[in-house]
Design a protein around this ligand. Structure first.
Ligand code: HEC
Ligand code: HEC
Length: 477
């Protein structure tokens, strides 16, 4: 491999002459035709396939500009870029490379395809968990960095017409996700507006400038096989029987509707993967006697909305359909719900994929999520505004107004007794307030739009003993 160093930018460019090139069309990771009967085995196979799942096809979809992946790989991800990839973009790193980035060859080009796993693989208490939302992914930062590098790279690298087309698509994707006016303000939050914007553009309209960011944390995918038959997303807007929603991120990234139709069987195979995911088992000690008491507290205070939890003959969780709770009852942040409008409904109903992305019109509200594997899903609520369960079980005015997301999934940040993130000391909190006010993206600041920690006041008046027992019970789910 040859190296060119362009001094003006300090960016190292690699020409990828040494790489054998295979033409694969459409670029697809093959998925298992059938999963094993045994649920534990199926879970293992499904998670392994999901890590490599991408929908990049026809030179379009979530991807980096051709050749750029070579630059990063050449230096060994870990040595030079590890900090930046991990801390600034929130990528989960494994064996020296970001989880969810797959190298594919398309028409002789070497392309870094961004897979579902970049968002849907996360870390908790120092463990990498497939199907858990990435707690720190920062789409705006990643987009800005990609756009910057891709522009420079394109300017210096000779390219064929075909290559330019793929390059232009990748750059347009990077610019779109880098939009600071509509993108996320905090790590781990993904703006749903980005996905909805596609429908406006497909209808030939620019999305309204004053639309809400509607940023939400990335949800866990286990149990989705049951949930989809009710509805999709935190507010039930998507019809889960219409599989096109699962690849809406690809359309946002510039994929063509015709390609989505062509790879429909692959989308359905992907849905089978999430349906096979099992939640992670709590990795530390549980006070079993307290958990038994906690089950009673749960039955009295939480079951009405969050349901009951049974296990099958192999002691594995039985997934059930969650209930949607109207906003006037749960009273959590509304920004995500404000992204819905009759104009959006009309655009979804008239889109070229209207049969594959049908919407529902439930009364505004949020699902009371099923709580399987809840120990790993902090920070809590759809907008991640409660750092741990103790905070969630505290009246909103007393919940932490700011907390840090630095190393959020690492063991040092896991608080076993509060179940979730550790909290700052008195002195650190002052500092976090200032950093939050200055827009620090690794600080969760509930003063930001869409970040408020209001609502869900259930269980806040329990005595400390009941709260502690309830937490032990939640660890068993
Ligand atoms: C940029 C990060 C990101 C990427 C990439 C991404 N997702 Fe998601 N996904 C999200 C977020 C955020 C939500 C929740 C949206 C909401 O509730 O408003 C979500 C929701 C979902 C849901 C619905 C879950 C539920 O509980 O209703 C499914 C299914 C899903 N994604 C599958 C996929 C697949 C398949 C891919 C790859 C093609 C993918 N996602 C790529 C961020 C991402
Ligand atoms: C009236 C219905 C209702 C009751 C009662 C209720 N919840 Fe919830 N719960 C919800 C809804 C709705 C959400 C989602 C709110 C949101 O994300 O904005 C939620 C969210 C949560 C979450 C966050 C889930 C996640 O993925 O981040 C946890 C944890 C939780 N509830 C625990 C409890 C516990 C423990 C109790 C009993 C003390 C309880 N809830 C009682 C409706 C309820």
């Amino acid at each position: 491999m040859k190296l060119i160093c362009c001094g003006a930018t300090g960016l190292m460019l690699a020409s990828c002459t040494g790489t054998p090139v295979h033409k694969v069309e459409p670029q697809a990771t093959s998925l298992p035709a059938q999963l094993p009967e045994d649920r534990r085995e199926a879970d293992t196979v499904a998670k392994e396939s999901f890590r490599r799942l991408t929908f990049f096809a026809d030179g379009r979809g979530m991807a980096m500009t051709p050749g750029l992946i070579g630059v990063y790989k050449m230096f060994g991800w870990t040595h030079i870029y590890d900090r930046m990839l991990r801390e600034r973009f929130g990528l989960v790193m494994e064996n020296g490379a970001p989880v969810g980035l797959t190298e594919v060859n398309y028409e002789g080009m070497r392309i870094g395809a961004i897979g579902c796993a970049m968002c849907h693989v996360g870390r908790a208490a120092g463990r990498t968990i497939v199907g858990l939302g990435n707690k720190r992914f920062d789409i705006v930062q990643l987009g800005a960095e990609l756009a910057r590098r891709e522009r420079i790279y394109a300017a210096f690298m000779p390219a064929s017409k075909e290559q330019r087309e793929v390059e232009d698509a990748a750059l347009a994707f990077a610019r779109r996700i880098a939009d600071p006016d509509h993108g996320n303000l905090t790590q781990g939050m993904v703006p749903a507006s980005l996905v909805f914007d596609w429908f406006s553009r497909a209808a030939g309209q620019e999305p309204p400038a004053d639309r809400p960011r509607a940023a939400v944390k990335i949800p866990a995918l286990w149990g989705y096989g049951a949930k989809r038959y009710n509805a999709q997303f935190c507010d039930g807007y998507g019809d889960g029987g219409a599989p096109g929603w699962a690849v809406q991120t690809e359309l946002t990234a510039g994929q063509k509707p015709e390609a989505v139709r062509r790879y429909l069987p692959k989308i359905e195979a992907a849905e089978k993967l999430f349906a096979a995911f099992l939640p992670p088992v709590y990795p530390f000690k549980i006070d079993r006697a307290a958990a038994v008491r906690g089950a009673e507290v749960f039955a009295e205070n939480c079951r009405e909305c969050h349901g009951t939890y049974q296990r099958d003959a192999s002691a594995l969780p039985v997934f059930k359909v969650p209930r949607l709770i109207p906003i006037h009852r749960v009273r959590t942040d509304r920004d995500r719900l404000n992204a819905r409008s009759t104009a959006l409904d009309r655009q979804v109903e008239s889109s070229p994929l209207r049969d594959l992305t049908r919407h529902r019109s439930p009364p505004p509200g949020y699902f009371a999520p099923r709580l399987d594997g809840i120990w790993s899903r902090f920070p809590y609520l759809h907008n991640g505004s409660a750092p741990n369960i103790t905070a969630l079980l505290t009246p909103p005015v007393e919940r932490p107004a700011v907390f840090s997301l630095e190393d959020a999934g690492e063991s040092g940040r896991f608080d076993e007794s509060r179940l979730g993130l550790t909290l700052p000391s008195e002195r650190e909190r002052e500092h976090l307030f200032q950093r939050g006010a200055h827009g620090d993206r690794s600080v969760y600041d509930t003063r930001r739009t869409g970040h408020s920690n209001t609502g869900h006041e259930f269980g806040t008046d329990l005595c400390d003993g009941d709260k502690a027992s309830l937490i032990e019970y939640l660890k068993t789910l």
